[in-house]
Write a protein that binds this ligand. Structure first.
Ligand SMILES: [Zn+2]
Length: 61
């Protein structure tokens, strides 16, 4: 298998998540509670996820 997956759990609803490879700072949506989660850290295939407030018009980057 050439495609690795990452695992983590939603800090809000504790759903187990399996994701395609992500990079730090990337955001995903929890399929269960639909919260936006940001990848804080990736360690040995485990994601540390942090819920983020979705900001409208975030053009700051
Ligand atoms: Zn969730």
């Amino acid at each position: 298998m050439s495609v690795a997956t990452l695992t983590g759990s939603c800090p809000e609803c504790e759903t187990d998540l399996t994701t395609p490879p992500l990079v730090q700072g990337e955001t995903i949506a929890c399929p269960e509670c639909l919260l936006t989660l940001r990848v804080e850290e990736i360690q040995e295939g485990r994601l540390s996820l942090q819920a983020v407030e979705v900001q409208l018009r975030d053009w700051g980057q």
